[in-house]
Design a protein around this ligand. Structure first.
Ligand SMILES: C[S@@+](CC[C@H](N)C(=O)[O-])C[C@H]1O[C@@H](n2cnc3c(N)ncnc32)[C@H](O)[C@@H]1O
Length: 278
């Protein structure tokens, strides 16, 4: 196995200290996709897997604590063969403790998969591909393991937090990141735009489609901090003093944007990208 990059070393450390942060943040926020409301963005992504009993092998890349796999396992479809890959022991330990034993979980980097060529029907990934270094190599591995005409469907960050909360939050976060000289970049810049993804996918995939996955939640500022903002990589990278300063400033500014019940409406725009292997 190649040595981990600086970004991967950070991600490994984060996911050892903070497990399940993504499923806690996104697992119960309703998600709208193409006019259909799903219970969460995980459910929206799971809807890309046909709901019948035909034999189908599905791999979740960057599966984390196994939240998406557990939704698919819950269907109890006889033909569904499920597997997950993640490089983090911390997340995989949780996944192993909650998932049925017949789901294979591999601790490996997505850049060098041990899975045999042309054996997977559907590759899924939820909020992971945009974090990965050498994304071209990751896509080449996905293409290698997919059967010809296999499906790739993944959700990535897209627009992220929507206005007005986005700007209010960034106005507080950015000066503190600058003060603390935080510069670690996660993932490839091209994965932050739809055009970037189209270009990356164009060499080995066809039929590339992009769709908005819109999340909206009503929450108090302190719940929003505890369950969402405080477990983001940006906040984690700050010193404890920086985190506390940011928390105080963010709670104060968000409080002034709440309704008369003390609730804040927070929107978040994710993106679902689907493509077919050539
Ligand atoms: C934001 S979490 C998302 C986890 C899960 N998909 C979810 O949505 O709950 C990103 C996951 O990708 C994994 N990851 C990041 N880069 C990876 C790589 N190069 N190879 C394998 N896993 C990776 C991390 O360990 C982490 O578990």
């Amino acid at each position: 196995m190649n040595a981990h990059t600086a970004a991967e070393a950070y991600l490994l450390d984060f996911h050892r200290r903070v497990v399940s942060s993504t499923s806690i943040a996104f697992g119960s926020i309703p998600a709208s996709l193409n006019g259909t409301l799903h219970a969460s963005s995980y459910h929206a992504l799971a809807s890309m897997v046909p709901a019948d009993n035909k034999a189908l092998s599905v791999l979740d890349i960057g599966c984390g604590d196994g939240h998406l796999l557990s939704l698919l396992a819950g269907r109890k479809h006889r033909g569904l063969r499920l597997a997950g890959v993640d490089m983090s022991d911390g997340e995989l330990d949780v996944a192993r403790s909650v998932l049925p034993n017949d789901i294979s979980l591999l601790k490996e980097r997505a850049q060098e998969l041990s899975i045999a060529t042309g054996t997977i029907d559907v590759v899924l990934s939820h909020m992971a591909l945009m974090l990965m270094d050498d994304i071209e190599q990751v896509l080449s591995e996905i293409h290698r393991i997919l059967r010809p005409c296999g499906t790739l469907a993944f959700i990535v960050g897209g627009k992220g937090l929507l206005e007005p909360v986005r700007q209010l939050y960034l106005n507080e976060l950015r000066p503190i990141l600058r003060e603390e000289k935080i510069s670690l970049r996660l993932g490839d810049a091209r994965t932050s735009t739809g055009e970037g993804w189209r270009t990356l996918l164009s060499s080995s995939f066809t039929d590339c489609k992009l769709a908005d996955v819109d999340l909206e939640v009503s929450t108090t500022p302190s719940e929003f901090w505890d369950f969402f903002l405080s477990t983001t990589y940006d906040v984690d990278l700050l010193s404890s003093g920086g985190q506390e300063k940011l928390r105080e400033r963010v709670l104060a500014i968000l409080a002034s944007n709440c309704d008369h019940n003390g609730n804040l409406r927070v929107g978040c725009g994710l993106q679902l990208i689907t493509a077919r292997s050539t």
